[in-house]
Design a protein around this ligand. Structure first.
Ligand code: PFF
Length: 452
């Protein structure tokens, strides 16, 4: 098919690249605030169940489709069945929605890194610091431009090699540092309550919203239902063990989210004096809680803070690069444009769409869509609406059109398929039924027809 398509260097190359895309702000910033908000232990439990069932089945299907067709998402669905060409297009909308607001948050991280590096980390301890910062019209925009600029620069020059090398070094450092910070966090006075809240499921806190938010988070965190894994699968060598690779990516991604939760949730309990409303801080949780943990550790804390935000920035960059790369390649495949001009065009479009999200906490704070500001709205519409729809159609496509056997045959080319039965049942029945139920409740909830 495509003779010039390059493959990842070795077996580990694919896993690392996919994990680099998967591990990002979703793990460190988004997972802890959702877990804090939607019931702690019960959220964690639901999330883990989803990862080993839905997540496993969907990721395996996507990677297998990519490897089978040797094409990225638009071409892949088309080649397998012409009637499903639309699925490729629908899927490619998702990274276009996520990329702009992802860069807004990437900008916030960049700002935090700079204040820690310049020794001004102490300011961030005030609760109002973060909210004042994002409410300003100009400053967050400047950081957004810096973050988007870095992302575009990497995509522009296509320094895949550099990223792959840097990932190999920085990802393990991120894991080790996060473990250290979480140990420090857990051992603060009063933090034990938080550990219990996070690890022990309290079934009275369960609601459909727990499942909905956990599912949206799973798609987001594992970079599913947006074509990334199809593209990466298309770069995978035919002798790579598919099932094993998917397991490794899942383990890495979920492990990192788990550690981030341990870093942040106990700290919320320790520093808010048991006030549970602090758990609802949402997207500001990381930016408000972690500075307190760092400040508590004295001067050393500021150094740890600087290193920490550097690594978060790096994790965010590897993810935003994979998002932008996807968007750029969609346009290039479709219109046969050059790499550099497409990159500039995507950069301009992305900035434009990111503007309202960045201004949504100040200038535009009274503009609400479905009761949400721009950033929340984009987040909701991509993770809770379009991605479940894409995932649903993908399940139907794999389950009933090309049939699970097509995926199984692809897996069996290079290894055994131990969880084939689980895969078949999940992709054909369990996943589609659950997705529909959850999607309906989410839409009704957003329209305030019901409250869940
Ligand atoms: N999975 C990334 C994260 O958890 O931060 C976000 C992401 C990256 C989503 C790349 C989609 C993507 F294509």
């Amino acid at each position: 098919m495509n003779q010039t398509r390059n493959s990842f260097s070795g077996k580990i190359g694919f896993v690392l690249a996919a994990a680099g895309s998967a591990v990002g702000l979703g793990n460190i910033w988004r997972f802890p605030y959702l877990a804090a908000k939607y019931g702690g232990g019960i959220f964690l439990l639901v999330y883990l169940i989803l990862v080993v069932t839905f997540g496993f089945a969907l990721m395996l299907a996507e990677v297998a489709i990519g490897r089978k067709t040797n094409l990225s998402v638009i071409g892949a669905f088309k080649v397998l069945d012409k009637r499903f060409s639309f699925l490729g297009y629908l899927t490619s909308i998702v990274p276009m929605i996520i990329l702009p607001y992802y860069c807004v948050i990437g900008g916030w991280v960049t700002k935090y890194l700079v204040i820690y590096v310049t020794g001004e980390g102490a300011q961030a301890v005030q609760n109002s610091f973060f909210n004042n910062f994002i409410a300003q019209p100009v400053e967050p925009l400047v950081w957004l431009c810096i973050f988007i600029g870095m992302t575009a620069l990497i995509v522009f020059f296509g320094v895949e090699n550099g990223i792959e090398k840097a990932s190999k070094f920085m990802m393990p450092v991120l894991v080790i540092l996060s473990i250290c910070v979480s140990i420090y966090s857990i051992t603060r006075p009063g933090a034990l309550e938080g550990v219990k809240y996070y690890l022990i499921p309290d079934f009275s806190r369960f609601s459909p919203m727990t499942v909905l938010s956990a599912m949206g988070q799973m798609f987001y965190s594992m970079s599913l239902a947006m074509g990334i894994m199809v593209t990466y699968g298309s770069y995978m060598r035919k002798d790579g063990d598919l099932e094993q690779s998917v397991k490794q990516i899942e383990l890495f991604d979920t492990g990192m989210a788990f550690i981030a939760g341990l870093m942040i949730i106990p700290a919320v309990f320790a520093f808010s004096g048991g006030d549970e409303t602090a758990l609802n801080a949402g997207k500001s949780l990381m930016f408000i809680t972690l500075p307190k943990v760092f400040a508590d550790a004295g001067t050393l804390g500021y150094i740890i803070g600087a290193v920490f935000f550097l690594l978060v920035l790096f994790a965010a960059l590897t993810s935003s690069v994979s998002l932008m790369e996807t968007v750029v390649s969609i346009f290039r495949d479709k219109f046969k444009w050059g790499r550099k001009s497409t990159c500039l065009l995507v950069l301009a479009g992305c900035l434009l769409i990111a503007l309202p999200s960045s201004l949504g906490y100040g200038v535009f704070d009274n503009v609400l869509i479905l009761g949400k500001n721009f950033l929340d709205f984009f987040d909701f519409i991509s993770n809770n609406v379009i991605m479940p729809i894409v995932a649903f159609i993908t399940c139907i496509f794999v389950g009933f059109v090309i049939k699970p056997k097509a995926v199984a045959d692809e897996v069996l080319i290079s290894s055994q398929f131990k969880r084939q039965r689980l895969f078949t049942v999940v992709i054909k029945y369990i996943a589609p039924i659950c997705i529909v139920l959850i999607l309906i409740s989410s839409i009704l909830d957003a329209m305030h027809v019901i409250t869940i």
